[in-house]
Design a protein around this ligand. Structure first.
Ligand code: CA
Ligand code: CA
Ligand code: CA
Length: 863
């Protein structure tokens, strides 16, 4: 492509203030996001293209595989230089494992960018023929679309079905920490996809202007692959292998994303898909393209019983202003209280319909408690109507983990801290517990949270709902079959069963019960088929089964990671005390066992901590400020004093929240006084982080405490209102690598409790902020983040364990809006595989049950 040197049209790509290339409809980002997420290749990094509002291309970098998987090596970003004069961005990448450096230089050339790969030294011998420049295309936005390669036609496939070869393992570049994503069945060979097409010039999505991208290279061959041949979360990959033995500018691509002339992004009208109660505030937040002309008014339309529509209300549009890349306005239709079916019309854009009715929130937690939670019960057979969700997993139990690193952020230290030898069976652990998230391990910390969340819900709201049959004896769960026992008690029991077993069998808490091999960690399918259900016997050959059918030589058994953390033991001890209290009268035996373990762990952990054995813990004194995603400012003298006093008090008296839970479980006054000696300093130090704990104490404290807390609640109320200035949606919005649903839920729970105890300070109108956000009033799209909740339009795909089916498990709560630097929020609803925006966790989803229960409690009180 030739670009006249003197012609620079308004529609050319230009390097903007936020350091990416921009023209209307096209953003080209060059390592605004590096490969440094927590889980290796998160498909969120390198050269990325946001094409007509959708991030459809990423992964542009020098890579070592035809179609890299999550645990293939990713390059470290050594440097990133922006050259405004030349209109270019240069990134130096490095693979430490191979002592291999390369540079990518991206330069705007008219409507295209030139991507050039530079080498100062030739490709290392080991990587010759393997290292190449890759660019990845989002399958869900490109499948069914046509492409042409050197004039030959093709269509991108909906499902992976191209060709592969196998090659000796010795030729495969090392994977993350030496793990293997695949089980080669003893062949010592790995699978390598073959290209679907090769050539020098490709037009991707030649039939679809929004997605059309033209890529050509004179000096390198372009190869088009389907990454889904190896992994369901793979993308289409276009790549050129780096030439052997060459230095300098070794590969040059010209990449021209098509821009639709005059394109303006469709307004995103944020509404609550669940609907609104008649008396609540009702404000739609409308997200607009910067170039979009703001309308003067919007309409609320009513759909009548005869199917015809009428204008219920016409109101002025209120400007809010810019927030990151878009412009925001609001439409307030709070005045409309008549129950009915409505939609919002802004210009030519209409929302789907929603209800205004007193009962719209009645069922918001049912899918989570009746469906999502029981499906995540481990060590049980779980069925629903005609469908089996999973068989009984991990029948062979758990082995003592040997010293090891782990792929899910765990490690086993050099000693086991148990009486078991590495790889010895620890009896009795395959009982109870909940799957962590989209994976199937038992995260002990999360499971402690789960039991606590259920206990909190039970103690405060006593939900008697019974829709689940649970038989521990049969190891059988049937959804939608009442069995006479409140489900929440059965969930408390199920979580406690595993945690008590850990304490009894191991002597303290395991950090996790997780997979031993990576090739069954990424399992997608029935949890019962992750392992073979047979005890691992190293004297048998791999895949060999013993004559009695009880053992196999396949090392697939799960491991217990048992490095002792007194902090974790302390958390467990607190939870056991509370569980014992909750289970009394329902399962007295388990209640007694929980109490025994609580007392023992409390004593041992306190001694260990006194001896100086500490691990990491959440720090409410001067910890990481999650809401602002930054370390607190350097404290002044007064603050420094407060911090020191708080530290000392915590050492002396124990964690204040722990003390409070212990009081609630045991009614021993000492715990309450330990709590009260710390809470005021904590509120002075970090009001937002500690308000919930202060409110949790209200039911146990006297009127004087409640009065003393008042000014802090007043301050908290100002904090709530500050979000109206911070962003258009009025809730804390996280900018981390995992979207902010937990933070939003925490905030929502605190607002609800503040209103319950101080309704004259925190007004009822404030409690709807988080519900609005969760159910559709948020950036990017207006779908409900809660699976199957949100009558008209809940999200349709989630990163659950059924993600390969592009589906969801009802009641799951998505993390939500993932922020991509420097200015892009996103939540894919056609591509489930990005966990940071679409996964739901057992701790987060049980937190949602507390949020929903407290919210419903307030809403329904005055009905
Ligand atoms: Ca996990
Ligand atoms: Ca039940
Ligand atoms: Ca096994």
């Amino acid at each position: 492509m030739v670009v006249g040197a003197t012609i620079c049209q308004a529609q050319d790509l230009e390097l903007n203030d936020r350091e990416y290339f921009e023209r209307q409809g096209v953003n080209v980002l060059v390592f605004s996001n590096s490969f440094n997420g927590g889980f290796n290749d998160e498909k969120n990094s390198g050269i990325e293209i946001i094409h007509h509002g959708v991030r459809t291309v990423q992964g542009g970098a020098v890579r070592l595989n035809n179609t890299p998987e999550q645990w293939d090596l990713v390059p470290k970003t050594v440097s990133r230089k922006v050259d405004r004069e030349k209109g270019s961005i240069e990134v130096t990448m490095r693979y430490d494992d191979y002592d291999f450096d390369s540079r990518v230089v991206v330069t705007a050339k008219g409507k295209a960018v030139e991507i050039a790969v530079w080498l100062d030294k030739p490709v290392p011998e080991k990587l010759a023929g393997e290292a190449g420049f890759n660019l990845e295309f989002l399958p869900s936005q490109y499948w069914h679309k046509t492409f042409t390669m050197d004039g030959r036609l093709g269509r991108l496939p909906r499902y992976a079905a191209s060709q592969t070869i196998t090659r000796p393992n010795s030729e495969k570049p090392r994977q993350f920490k030496g793990f293997k994503t695949y089980d080669d069945r003893g062949t010592d060979r790995f699978v390598d996809p073959c290209p679907m097409e090769t050539g020098h010039s490709i037009v991707m999505a030649s039939d679809t202007p929004e997605r059309m991208i033209r890529i050509s290279s004179d000096d390198a061959e372009l190869k088009l692959y389907d990454g889904r041949m190896l992994a369901q979360n793979g993308w289409y990959v276009l790549r050129s292998v780096l030439p052997k033995g060459k230095t300098g500018k070794v590969i040059t691509w010209t990449v021209e994303p098509n821009a639709i002339p005059g394109w303006i992004r469709e307004p995103n009208i944020g509404i609550s898909q669940v609907g609104y109660t008649p008396e609540q505030p009702k404000v739609a937040v409308i997200e607009l393209d910067k170039k979009d002309k703001v309308q003067a008014t919007a309409k609320l339309m009513r759909i009548k019983d005869d199917g015809t529509t009428e204008v219920a209300f016409t109101g002025d549009i209120q400007p809010w202003g810019p927030y990151f890349k878009y412009n925001y306005v609001k439409f307030d239709f709070s005045g409309i209280q008549q129950p009915g079916v409505y939609y919002v019309q802004y210009g030519n854009t209409k929302t789907n319909n929603f209800l205004i009715d007193a009962h719209v929130y009645d069922k918001i937690t049912d899918a989570t408690t009746d469906v999502w939670v029981p499906i995540h019960m481990n060590h049980m057979y779980v069925t629903e109507g005609y469908r089996t969700w999973h068989g009984e997993p991990f029948k062979e139990g758990y082995l003592q983990a040997p010293e090891s690193d782990h792929f899910d952020l765990h490690r086993q230290g050099p000693t086991t801290d148990t009486k078991y030898k590495p790889l010895e069976l620890i009896p009795g652990l395959n009982i109870g517990g909940f799957f962590d998230a989209g994976d199937f391990d038992i995260e002990t910390g999360s499971n402690i949270n789960v039991v606590q969340n259920f206990i909190r819900t039970w103690e405060l709201f006593k939900p008697l709902r019974d829709e689940t049959f649970v038989s521990q004896k049969q190891r059988y769960v049937d959804l939608h079959r009442p069995d006479g026992t409140p489900d929440i008690l059965q969930f408390i029991e199920h979580g406690t069963l595993n945690l008590v077993a850990q304490a009894e069998q191991i002597g303290h808490m395991a950090s996790t019960l997780s997979n031993s091999v990576l090739d069954n960690y990424h399992h997608l399918g029935d949890a019962a088929s992750i392992t073979d259900g047979l005890h691992y016997d190293p004297s048998l050959k791999p895949y060999e089964v013993s004559a009695d059918g009880k053992c196999s030589g396949t090392p697939d058994d799960m491991w217990a990671f048992t490095t002792r953390s007194p902090q974790l033991d302390l958390r467990a001890a607190t939870m056991f005390a509370a569980a014992s209290h909750a289970l009394k009268g329902y399962n007295d035996d388990l209640a007694a066992r929980a109490l025994t373990q609580s007392k023992r762990l409390m004593q041992e952990a306190t001694e260990l901590i006194a001896q100086g054995k500490t691990g990491e813990e959440f720090d409410w004194i001067d910890g990481f400020d999650w809401e602002n995603r930054a370390q607190q400012q350097k404290p002044d003298k007064k603050r420094q004093k407060l911090i020191e006093r708080s530290r000392k008090n915590r050492e002396l008296l124990g964690d204040m929240a722990t003390n409070l839970m212990l009081y609630s479980a045991t009614q021993e006054r000492q715990y309450l006084s330990n709590f009260e000696q710390q809470i005021w300093d904590a509120l002075e130090l970090r009001l937002e982080a500690n308000m919930q704990t202060a409110l949790d104490a209200v039911p146990y404290m006297d009127e004087a405490y409640k009065q003393k807390l008042r000014p802090y609640v007043e301050k908290y109320n100002a904090y709530i209102k500050s979000f109206d200035q911070n962003n258009p949606y009025g809730v804390p919005i996280g900018l981390g690598n995992w979207a902010g649903v937990n933070m939003v839920l925490n905030y929502g729970i605190t607002v609800n409790y503040a209103h319950i105890y101080y309704p004259d300070i925190v007004k009822k109108d404030e409690i709807y902020r988080v519900a609005n956000w969760l159910f559709g009033c948020h950036p990017y799209h207006n779908y409900s983040f809660v699976a199957a909740v949100g009558a008209a339009r809940p999200k349709q795909v989630f990163y659950g364990n059924n993600r390969a089916d592009f589906s969801f498990i009802p009641g799951n709560v998505a993390p939500g809006l993932l922020f991509r630097k420097p200015d892009h929020f996103e939540n894919f609803d056609d591509w489930p595989f990005l966990w940071g925006q679409n996964e739901g966790t057992i701790a987060g989803n049980t937190q949602y049950i507390i949020f929903g229960s407290s919210f419903k409690n307030i809403v329904n009180k005055e009905k």
